[in-house]
Design a protein around this ligand. Structure first.
Ligand SMILES: Nc1nc2c(ncn2[C@@H]2O[C@H](COP(=O)(O)OP(=O)(O)OP(=O)(O)O)[C@@H](O)[C@H]2O)c(=O)[nH]1
Ligand SMILES: [Mg+2]
Length: 193
């Protein structure tokens, strides 16, 4: 649910990075934060254990500038991918406007990707949301790993909705901006409608 504050002339959108454990969600945020100017990025807030794995969420505000006299602000969140944090994943989807599903191209993560996408679909249903209607895109991350799963196979397995998809190597910055730009465009389009 996009929040529009007419008094402040402000539009607030919530984007969530979803995906299996260690697929690179936090790395997307860290990379964005590193590359964005101080004028647009807010402080990156990460809540991680000493192993750097997300326990509740990571969050970064982003100022996209003005549209039709309204200040457009995005809040970027990541969920904890580890299976046991199901309640955190569910609660972070509250009020979500757009989703980036980050899939891991590592051959050993084939099933984890599929299970995470099912988990996303189930958790969205709790808010009466669905992958058929919410703006979302897929990022195939870790394209650099040895024996990376072919994109065509990942597409056939994960992208039955034919949403926009992007290849990425998040820790090297590849594909990170493109993915965010695509979902933010979809969110703004849905808002215009
Ligand atoms: N080879 C390779 N490693 C990556 C890539 N992106 C991220 N990583 C590494 O994968 C590991 C996990 O990345 P995170 O960003 O912490 O993963 P996450 O999805 O936030 O994991 P959780 O918070 O546990 O759900 C880190 O060691 C990253 O440096 C990539 O494109 N290629
Ligand atoms: Mg994380």
């Amino acid at each position: 649910m996009t929040t529009i504050n007419f008094g402040k002339r402000e539009i607030l959108c919530k984007i969530v990075y979803y995906g299996p454990g260690l697929c690179g969600k936090t790395t997307n945020l860290v990379t964005l934060h590193r590359n964005l100017g101080d004028d647009v990025r807010g402080e990156l807030l990460t809540l991680a254990t000493e192993t750097e794995r997300t326990i509740f969420f990571d969050m970064m505000p982003l100022d996209l500038g003005e549209i039709e006299g309204f200040n457009v602000r995005f809040s970027l969140y990541t969920v904890p991918g580890q299976v046991q944090y199901v309640n955190s994943r569910k609660s972070i989807l509250n009020g979500v406007d757009g989703i980036i599903f980050v899939a891991d191209s590592s051959p050993s993560r084939w099933l984890a990707n599929t299970e995470s996408l099912m988990d996303l679909s189930n958790n969205l249903a709790e808010y009466d949301l669905s992958l058929n209607t919410i703006p979302w895109v897929i990022q195939y991350n870790k394209r650099d790993v040895t024996g990376a799963l072919p994109v065509a196979a990942l597409e056939a397995e994960l992208n039955k909705w034919h949403v926009p998809s992007f290849e990425a190597v998040a820790n090297e910055g590849q594909g990170v901006n493109e993915t965010l730009r695509a979902v933010s465009q979809l969110v703004m389009e849905s808002f215009n409608n």
